[in-house]
Design a protein around this ligand. Structure first.
Ligand code: HEC
Length: 399
């Protein structure tokens, strides 16, 4: 019964998280695009204090957008704020993480072959990491380094890469990636909560009090917003990487993460320049070359099935035995694992017939080490090689 509610909570929060994230990142993309596409307004608008002018057509209507340098001549009756998109994304993300990685710590967070943690220890490390990483970023962004974007970026990037490496030594592969994503998401939501919103409140307060607004908080808010902008593509990659064990289960998963994220931020840079009419197509070209280089480098060196490691062809009986031992606690009509009420992915692996049916997928999942999930069932390398060898053998090879 627990597994049933686990699944519902998992699905509900994931759904909600994706919806909120679409709203947040969608608004973020829109405003970055808007800001960078603002052009010099005609004189009569400049006289009103308008700094940037933009016209757009969407949904059958023409829009006129004006951005003020700081204060408009008159405050509108209704001023729209954008914050709940960010907060909701963070809250639902944290809820989802709590359900999956904290409640389901034994399945998803802890990898006893790396560190044999208790649930409480693992959750403690996870929370300490998120808080520590967040404090690190806040200290960095408030330091004078904020004025040196390249140094700032290099330090932040190195810090996150180190985090990915360290997490990979502690948690399951999948959890290690997810934690880097959760930290980036928390930094981004923190930028809204602790930086952008207070600056906006100060701007509105000063205007309403009839004071001359101080441009510095607004400029700092813009800096944080720019950081968020470069985080978006890497963050989205990390969130979808969960479906691709070739990334998070790679032997140098931390390096895969660093390379793909660096490339993604670089691609984001292309669009930021393009929005300002600064076309630098070489960035896209370089990004593509980089991506192909990554793809080539990552090409799986599958668990080796040399004949010296598997002396004889693997018998059907043997593979059923291995599956019973390492797979069937989850992949059964009635899983004995308390986390599942039905076979995950609808894949049952109790009988030879079922194994035959799923041969190709078993090959991919076991060879890449995606399965057994977080190697919970402690499959040995020898068993892995046997199962992979069997999956590669033609049917009834040894009959
Ligand atoms: C602890 C539970 C657990 C164990 C043990 C386990 N699996 Fe899985 N398996 C899962 C879950 C959960 C999924 C669905 C994962 C997802 O959707 O990303 C899955 C998915 C799969 C898939 C589908 C992957 C795909 O997307 O194509 C295959 C194939 C698979 N498992 C094979 C195996 C084999 C073979 C073993 C034993 C060597 C095994 N599993 C052991 C939990 C488990």
């Amino acid at each position: 019964m627990e597994a049933y509610f686990f699944d519902w909570l998992n699905m509900f929060f994931r759904w909600f998280h994706v919806v909120a994230g679409v709203a947040w990142i969608g608004a973020s993309f829109y405003f970055v695009w808007l800001d960078l596409n603002l052009r010099q307004p005609p004189q009569w608008k400049t006289d009103k204090g308008v700094k940037g002018d933009l016209w757009a057509i969407h949904g059958g209507g023409i829009y006129e957008v004006a951005k003020y340098q700081l204060e408009p001549p008159q405050m509108p009756v209704k001023l729209h704020w954008f914050k709940w998109e960010a907060y909701t994304t963070w809250l639902t993300g944290f809820a989802l993480m709590s359900v999956m990685y904290y409640w389901g710590a034994d399945q998803y967070l802890i990898d006893p072959s790396k560190m044999d943690l208790t649930q409480v220890q693992a959750i403690g490390i996870s929370l300490a990491f998120l808080v520590g990483g967040f404090v690190f970023y806040e200290a960095l962004v408030k330091s004078p380094l904020q004025n040196f974007p390249k140094v700032f970026g290099a330090i932040l990037f190195s810090g996150l890469t180190f985090a990915a490496y360290a997490l990979g030594e502690i948690f399951s592969d999948r959890a290690a990636y997810l934690h880097v994503g959760a930290l980036i998401g928390s930094i981004m939501a923190g930028n809204v909560f602790f930086g952008i919103m207070p600056a906006q409140r100060e701007l509105v307060r000063a205007i309403e009090a009839g004071e001359k607004p101080d441009p510095r908080p607004s400029a700092f808010a813009k800096l944080r917003s720019t950081h968020n902008n470069y985080f978006t593509l890497p963050l989205l990659f990390i969130m979808i990487s969960n479906h691709y064990p070739m990334t998070f289960a790679h032997d140098q998963a931390w390096l895969v993460l660093a390379l793909i994220c660096a490339n993604a931020a670089f691609i984001r840079h292309y669009f930021n320049l393009k929005h300002q009419d600064n076309h630098q197509p070489w960035i896209l070209g370089a990004g593509a070359v980089m991506l192909f280089a990554i793809i080539g480098w990552m090409m799986p060196m599958p668990v080796s099935t040399d004949s010296d490691q598997v002396a004889v062809p693997v018998s059907d009986a043997r593979v059923v035995e291995v599956s019973q031992l390492r797979c069937a606690s989850c992949h059964a009509a009635k899983p004995s694992s308390e986390m599942f009420s039905a076979a995950p992915g609808g894949i049952e692996l109790e009988t030879l017939e079922q194994l035959q049916t799923n041969k190709a997928r078993i090959l991919a999942a076991v060879q890449s080490k995606y399965m057994p999930l977080a190697n919970m069932t402690k499959m040995t390398d020898q068993e892995r090689i046997e199962m992979v060898s069997w999956a590669k053998q033609p049917k009834n090879f040894n009959h």
